[in-house]
Structure formats: structure tokens, C-alpha cells
Design a protein around this ligand. Structure first.
Ligand code: SAM
Length: 244
């Protein structure tokens, strides 16, 4: 890797100019052994709370290094207040959903247990690592929150009434996505995508009873859950979010 392309890492510690930050073991390995950076080389660091900085390697040992924070290059900014509710699927597909949702700018990710969700696949720590890696890669400054898994029933029972919930309805009963998003545009929104086996009839009935929930169609072809997530999020960002 050329040294003039500065690698970008997340620091869980709040940063300020002249402070020192010690990357954790995996990050240190990446900087020193993979990228082969040396003393005085510069990187970009963001902390998810105050913005992004240039840091310089000011000391190093075999398995550790310290970064001195030199200057601020970006002020903090947040993605729109959009949540993703998804039913976990197989490991690599869930990784794709989490990384894509992060790049597409969701503020919160809620693993949602539906009747047909296979629950043993849920690994919150893995999701958190995916989110950080995706933020580092896509230049995002804020880190989306990963919630504990919850049943759809419980989520609906405690839903904040000022947040609109768009559920992706593959039965053909949902409204045209652009029209629904345009006509109901709300700063607080959430997108719900069902599991590989789809929502049960009982779940669809429950969703249809809620005044805050709107059924949305993604066209006449049935998409895989991971494709449906990307399609719905992209459409929302283009219609109501920060792509405008
Ligand atoms: N098992 C279902 C079937 O064969 O009818 C398909 C489920 S689909 C793989 C997974 C989820 O993606 C659905 O529950 C829905 O939320 C979303 N989805 C897929 N295609 C869709 C479409 N054309 N319109 C709306 N939602 C869709």
C-alpha cells in the first residue's frame, strides 16, 4: 500500500489534538505488519463522537504503538435517523446486510426475531465488529448502534409512535415504494425486512393493524432478504435521506 494513502481507523477513546491513542492489538498488527508503517507515518483516526483527525505514529514496539493526534480534519456529522430491522440469515449474508446497511447510512440496526428467523445465528459482537470495519472503509463518522435481538411482537408492542415503520411486503399488497416514501416522509423512520421464509400470515396481520406501519412493495420479483435490505435502504436515502 502506498504511504500517501492514509489508512483510517476507529478509536473507541474520545480524541483531541495532542492526545495519545493506542490502537488495539488487531489494529496495531494491521498498521505495523500488514501496511508496514513506521515511526512518524500518518494515519486518519475517528472516534464516533467528535470527528476525524490526522494522527502520527510517535512510538512503536513489536506488538504496540502510540498515535499522537495532530490535527482535526472533519467535524462530527451524523447519518439520518433511519433504523433497519432485519431477520438474521446465514453468517456471510448477515455480514453483507450489516456492512451494506452501515454504508447506506442507518443509525440503528435491530436484529428482529420473526416466526421463521433462525435464532442461533445471532452474534452481536460480530455485528459490532462488522459495523466498525464498514465505517472505517466508507469514511462514515458515526457508528450505528446494534441493538439486542428482540421479537417482532415485542418490538411492535413498544414501538415509538412518532417513528414510521416501513415493512417490505412480498405478498403484492404493499404500496409503490417511491410513492409511499414521498407521501409519508418523516425524519424518524425504520425499514423492516422479513426472513428467508418470509413473514407469517399472523405477523402480516399484526403489522397491518398498526397505524405507524406502512406496507411497501419492492416490485414483482421476490428478492433475497439481503437484496431487499439494500434496495429498500437505497430507495429511502434517495427519496427522504441524505442522498438528495
Ligand atoms: N419466502 C418468501 C416467498 O418465497 O414468498 C420470500 C421471502 S424474501 C426472500 C425475504 C424478505 O424480503 C421478505 O419477507 C420481504 O420483507 C422482502 N422482500 C423480498 N422481495 C420483496 C418484494 N418484491 N417486495 C417487498 N418485499 C420483498
Amino acid at each position: 500500500m502506498k504511504k500517501n494513502i492514509k489508512p483510517r481507523l476507529f478509536s473507541p477513546q474520545k480524541l483531541e489534538i495532542n492526545s495519545l491513542w493506542q490502537p488495539e492489538e488487531g489494529q496495531t498488527h494491521y498498521l505495523l505488519n500488514v501496511l508496514r508503517l513506521e515511526l512518524n507515518d500518518e494515519i486518519k483516526v475517528f472516534d464516533g463522537q467528535s470527528g476525524e483527525y490526522i494522527g502520527q505514529i510517535c512510538s512503536l514496539a513489536k506488538k504496540s504503538c502510540s498515535i499522537k493526534i495532530l490535527e482535526k480534519i472533519r467535524d462530527m456529522e451524523y447519518c439520518p435517523d433511519l433504523w433497519l430491522l432485519f431477520a438474521p440469515v446465514k453468517k456471510d449474508k448477515t455480514d453483507f446486510i450489516i456492512a451494506g446497511a452501515t454504508e447506506l447510512g442507518v443509525a440503528q440496526i435491530v436484529p428482529t426475531l420473526t416466526e421463521r428467523t433462525i435464532t442461533e445465528r445471532i452474534k452481536k459482537e460480530r455485528y459490532e465488529a462488522q459495523v466498525i470495519e464498514a465505517c472505517e472503509q466508507c469514511r462514515r463518522l458515526d457508528i450505528p448502534k446494534i441493538c439486542d435481538p428482540q421479537s417482532l411482537e415485542k418490538i411492535l408492542a413498544t414501538w415509538p409512535q412518532d417513528r414510521i415503520l416501513y415493512f417490505m411486503d412480498e405478498t403484492g399488497n404493499g404500496g409503490d415504494i417511491q410513492t409511499v416514501f414521498k407521501n409519508t416522509s418523516n425524519a424518524k423512520a425504520a425499514i423492516l425486512v422479513g426472513p428467508e421464509g418470509g413473514f407469517s400470515e399472523k405477523e402480516l396481520q399484526l403489522l397491518r393493524q398498526k397505524s405507524f406501519a406502512k406496507a411497501v412493495s419492492l416490485g414483482k420479483r421476490i428478492l433475497r432478504a439481503e437484496t431487499a435490505v439494500q434496495a429498500a435502504l437505497a430507495c429511502w436515502q434517495a427519496t427522504c435521506g441524505d442522498w438528495k
